[in-house]
Design a protein around this ligand. Structure first.
Ligand SMILES: *Cc1c(COP(=O)(O)O)cnc(C)c1O
Length: 402
């Protein structure tokens, strides 16, 4: 095997020009032009006085998005997975029992996190596509009264199912446990009230319903969670994620150097949160719900069936079964190549069986739904499955004006 000849290859390299896609998968979502523009503003030092003012605003805007007054609310430098590890690594000590709800991919990752932090995971399983059963969680606490934490996913992106975060957190509290909540896909896409629902440690992501660039994970911690972290008997194993250290940068007047913040990415998050505040969080939730009804009417008029039962469907992540005899990868390939439209494939036991249509943040727009219905109808017809696109449009419009 010979080494690549970089000298002769180099002259043919050019600036990368990505295609202009419409992102209707499980994330990332489309960026608003204002958010995209924010990324290209001049980079300043991460201890620059001008930057510090922006950080303070960012925390206030995040508290609004999370509907919380938690002082400890900030964006972790890293994707949603790093926010997840930050929660588990700081809250779980070796030997701790943690009840973890699993009804999709992301609950499974929580189990991994508990075990890697030295904890003991008690798994409450539900079928993929169904919600988390609160009775099973109640039973798990009865068998494991020593459990210190309950972890669950609010919006399971792998299936499109919502969990009753308020009810689950209430069960945890009644049993003297704190809650760790994955709100990566729920934040800004459906109702989420950290304080009113009493959630303790919540992590999210910048690239789903906030429609900012991937790579930041907003987190928020209740006073009780903060006390638990401060009272740990041993140091957090991860230096980078140890909140006791990170906070000297994000949450103190000292602004001590910890790591170089992703400056431009933070500009973008700030801008996307401004857009959210301008719209109003409740209006954003209502927009996702309304356009979900529109998309749903169109998809159902084409004969497609939803995986999740109606009360637990996420407006921002619509999962439908691939019709019998249809070539799933070929459909997605044609949508991408012919329409620049990205949708999501199934994961785990749902691989090859479902499509996932994201309506997240800036991607949640009426024109995207029209494009999606049109592209899907044309593609299915071209592949030999008679599909009435006109009926789908009519149903979608009727649902949107109902
Ligand atoms: C996307 C997602 C994650 C992981 O976020 P990354 O930014 O990809 O690390 C975690 N949980 C849920 C529910 C998600 O949808």
């Amino acid at each position: 095997m010979s080494a690549p000849d970089i000298h002769s290859a180099r002259p043919s390299f050019a600036s990368f020009a990505p295609p202009q896609r419409t992102l209707m998968g499980p994330g990332p979502s489309d960026l608003h032009p204002r958010t995209l523009a924010a990324l290209s503003r001049p980079t300043v030092g991460h201890l620059d006085p001008s930057f510090v003012g922006m950080m303070d605003e960012l925390k206030v805007l995040l508290r609004y998005a999370f509907q919380t007054e938690n002082a400890l609310t900030f964006p972790v430098s890293g994707p949603g997975s790093v926010g997840m590890e930050t929660c588990f690594d700081n809250l779980v000590e070796p030997g701790d029992t943690v009840i973890v709800c699993r009804n999709g991919v992301f609950g499974g990752r929580m189990i991994e996190n508990v075990e890697r932090a030295g904890g003991i995971a008690i798994v409450v399983d539900d079928v993929w596509g169904e919600t988390v059963d609160p009775q099973k969680v109640e039973d798990a606490f009865k068998t494991h009264p020593e459990a210190k934490l309950l972890a669950f996913v609010h919006a399971e992106t792998s299936t499109g199912a919502r969990a009753d975060a308020q009810a689950l957190a209430e069960i945890a509290r009644r049993h003297g446990a704190l809650s760790i909540v994955d709100a990566v896909t729920s934040l800004a896409g459906c109702e989420l009230r950290v304080d009113a629902w009493g959630l303790d440690a919540v992590y999210s992501g910048s690239q789903k319903c906030l429609s900012s660039a991937p790579g930041l994970s907003p987190v928020t911690f209740s006073e009780a969670a903060l006390e638990r972290i401060k009272g740990r008997s041993r140091r957090v194993q991860s230096w980078f994620m140890d909140l006791n250290l990170v906070l000297d940068y994000w949450n103190s007047a000292k602004r001590t150097y910890h790591h170089t913040a992703p400056i431009n990415n933070l500009y973008a998050l700030h801008e996307s949160l401004l857009l959210l505040a301008e719209e109003g969080i409740e209006n954003a939730w209502a927009r996702h719900a309304r356009l979900h009804r529109m998309l749903r009417a169109g998809l159902e008029a084409m004969g497609l069936q939803f995986v999740v039962a109606e009360p637990w469907r996420l407006p921002q992540l619509n999962t439908v079964y691939v019709p019998e005899g249809v070539n799933d990868p070929e459909v997605r390939r044609r949508l991408l190549n012919n329409f620049n439209l990205e949708i999501g494939a199934g994961l785990g036991p749902l691989a090859g069986k479902v499509w996932r249509f994201g309506l997240m943040g800036q991607s949640c727009r009426e024109e995207n739904i029209i494009l999606c219905l049109q592209a899907l109808a044309e593609t299915l017809n071209a592949l030999g499955l008679p599909t009435d696109g006109d009926a789908a449009f009519a149903s979608a419009h009727a649902a949107n004006t109902a």
